[in-house]
Design a binder for this molecule. Structure first.
Ligand code: ATP
Ligand code: MG
Length: 352
């Protein structure tokens, strides 16, 4: 099973620029969590801090109980092997074809034979819909394919923690849904702890068990998905509905005066370009038929029951509803994915 990732009051600055401060959260082992936030709020910096590529100046980061901000380089090297990471830019080696890119961690970190490596690489390429493209160089394929190749590479060492930075960027809406399904299926198959950094509201609404959001150098919230999805917090509502009206501006946070002017415009009927507000919570995506039952569902159910009384009333209500209606949740499939999904998912990911 995946391991616990816990940050305790971490603060990160570059020179005099404070990126975020006092960020404390726990990624529950084996569950899928998402981190949202406007551009530039330090989501990628957070992700890089979790694997020790960047070092917060204050606070601790515990990976399976070891504080990676104080451990030795040797320990850090061992701990990194637990991770599979998809960086925002894919970070593929430009001069290596996809096969060699995906094989790289296996050649670097294991003593597996080339024939064993081939088995694993081809399996991950198939999983991500890249069979047939293994001879291509990163420069010869689409952005979406590069993302998926990065994901294939992140999976080859059977990681216990998977960090993915905007896996959906550069993917069309349909492939984003396939990718969402893939992440849920991977969680069902290997029970890894997963953190998805994303801007994608649709993905955030249906994939993660837990959601957090960074804004104004703080972690605004982090907890069971229902907490954020029912939140009345202005920044959360603005983000979830893609509106201009609210505290998030184009390049920076808005001041009070500007927010008041916009509110007046909005009240007088001027469209702010956002989507229709979604009422209620969309049910979470399930693993496809044929996949193992996602163990995280049961663990989360117990965990959430215990903290239920501490959550805001709207979140409590949403959780109670889902607990009641979800007796058969782990076998139930949302209608759009019924039927021939298993074979189509791979075909449709190909040619991306
Ligand atoms: N190595 C670095 N040195 C100095 N500043 C950095 C470094 N990495 C990131 N930053 C700064 O930290 C801030 C947060 O960057 P980050 O890439 O984490 O944002 P983000 O939330 O991932 O944004 P996006 O959604 O656009 O990917 C930015 O102002 C960025 O310029
Ligand atoms: Mg980023």
């Amino acid at each position: 099973m995946g391991v616990e990732v816990r940050t305790e009051s971490i603060t990160k600055s570059f020179g005099s620029q404070r990126i975020w401060q006092d960020v404390s959260l726990t990624l529950p082992p084996g569950e899928v969590s998402a981190l949202l936030g406007p551009s530039g709020t330090g989501k990628s910096v957070f992700l890089k801090s979790l694997i020790g590529l960047l070092r917060p100046e204050r606070g601790s980061i515990y990976i399976d109980g070891t504080d990676i901000t104080t451990c030795s380089n040797k320990e850090l090297y061992e701990i990194r092997k637990l991770f599979g990471v998809l960086f925002q830019d894919g970070a593929l080696f430009g001069s290596m074809n996809l096969y060699d890119n995906v094989a790289f961690p296996l050649r670097e970190h294991t003593k597996k034979s080339e024939s064993d490596i081939k088995k694993i690489v081809m399996e991950k390429l198939e999983l991500t819909g890249l069979l047939g493209a293994e001879g291509k160089l990163p420069g010869e394929i689409s952005g979406g394919m590069r993302k998926r190749a990065g994901l294939a590479r992140a999976l080859v060492l059977d990681p216990q923690i998977i960090l993915v930075d905007e896996p959906d960027s550069g993917l069309d809406p349909v492939r984003t849904t396939y990718l969402s399904q893939l992440l849920i299926d991977i969680n069902a198959q290997i029970d890894a702890t997963i953190l998805i950094v994303t801007h994608n509201i649709n993905l955030a609404r249906i994939v993660p068990d837990n959601i957090g959001m960074l804004f104004r150098r703080q972690l605004v919230m982090f907890g069971p998905r229902e907490v954020l999805l029912t939140s009345e917090e202005p920044v959360v509502k603005q983000f979830l509905n893609g509106r201009m009206q609210g505290p998030i501006g184009m390049s920076e946070e808005k001041d009070e005066a500007q927010m008041a002017r916009e509110q007046a415009m909005f009240d007088s009927g001027h469209s702010d370009g956002g989507a229709e507000e979604v009422e209620g919570i969309i049910p979470q995506m399930k693993a496809q038929p044929g996949m193992p039952v996602r163990q995280a569902v049961f663990r989360r159910r117990e965990r959430v029951r215990q903290v239920l009384h501490t959550l805001p009333p709207a979140a409590q209500e949403a959780i109670r509803e889902s607990l009641e209606s979800n007796g058969d949740a782990d076998t139930q499939v949302i209608p759009a994915y019924q039927g021939t999904y298993d074979t189509t998912v791979r075909q449709n990911l190909t040619n991306g």
